[in-house]
Design a protein around this ligand. Structure first.
Ligand code: B12
Length: 206
């Protein structure tokens, strides 16, 4: 039996993910932009981005027989009080600004277990010989583009995904699967003329 999307979503939320969407296995429409970017050497010394280029255009090379992608979001928003060690000028001299995503345990480690648990539960829920492969950040997958297509959010002008419920501070993970699951509605771009993310960008180059 193939588990329903609602069953999978329920398990994902129970494991601590904040959102879960579904999309097909075709490469994203933005793939040609990625290839141009690589060909123009925009990846600098991130050589793995060139190495991943071919697989990003054909996910069957990543998981043979792939039918669907389960896209997951998990927020890294933390209460402002947690910033005090870097921002509280009264008690200690400022020592630099630490990116919000880096104020926790490394997310690659922290999210490994819930992703493995989700894969295990998927395996237990279907009796056929289906395969599931989890990725988080480091895989040859266009994570933001797939997540937008799975309805999790839209690409802001700062290039990252913005969710109407989670805002911008969330990580993206996915499970590639040979299960055939009905795709969700893609999210549409909602930026309009807003440029707040560009103005707030700490690199000041926009
Ligand atoms: C390489 C990488 C980086 C690099 C390069 C950043 C970048 N802009 O790509 C560095 C180290 C700088 C980086 C920094 C950060 N990253 Co990073 N990074 C990645 C990684 C591994 C690959 C991204 C990638 O493929 N870039 C390639 C280029 C081509 O992407 P791009 O410039 O955005 O172009 C795309 C679109 O904008 C669009 N596009 C481009 N041009 C055009 C033109 C037209 C006309 C159209 C229609 C479309 C279009 O198509 C392109 C192809 O997708 C992903 C994980 C993954 N596997 O996907 C995480 C990822 C994108 N990073 C993430 C995060 C959290 C960050 C930081 C916020 C961390 C921090 N320091 O606080 C910063 C944000 C910096 C920023 N504003 O981009 C998250 C984003 C989550 C989200 N909500 O979207 C991801 C998804 C990791 C994760 N699993 O959660 N990152």
């Amino acid at each position: 039996m193939i588990p329903s999307k609602e069953q999978i979503r329920k398990i994902a939320l129970k494991l601590g993910f904040d959102a879960c969407g579904f999309t097909g296995a075709e490469s994203p429409d933005t793939y040609p932009n990625y290839v141009d970017w690589i060909n123009n050497e925009k990846h600098g010394r991130m050589e793995y981005l060139r190495r991943h280029s071919e697989k990003k255009g054909d996910m069957d090379k990543v998981l043979p027989g792939i039918k669907s992608v389960i896209s997951l979001a998990i927020s890294y928003q933390i209460p402002e009080a947690s910033n005090q060690s870097v921002a509280n000028k009264e008690s200690s001299p400022p020592r630099g600004l630490i990116a919000r995503y880096a104020r926790h345990e490394d997310y690659h480690d922290a999210l490994k277990k819930p992703l493995e648990d989700l894969c295990d539960q998927l395996t237990r829920l279907n009796d056929k010989d289906h395969r599931h492969l989890a990725y988080l950040d480091t895989g040859p997958i266009m994570e933001r583009d797939l997540a937008q297509r799975a309805g999790l959010g839209f690409a802001g002008k700062h290039t990252n995904l913005i969710s109407r419920s989670l805002g911008n501070w969330f990580f993206i993970a996915e499970i590639l699967t040979t299960l055939s699951l009905e795709p969700d509605e893609p999210e549409r771009n909602r930026c309009g003329t807003c440029t707040r993310c560009l103005q707030a960008c700490p690199n000041g180059r926009h």
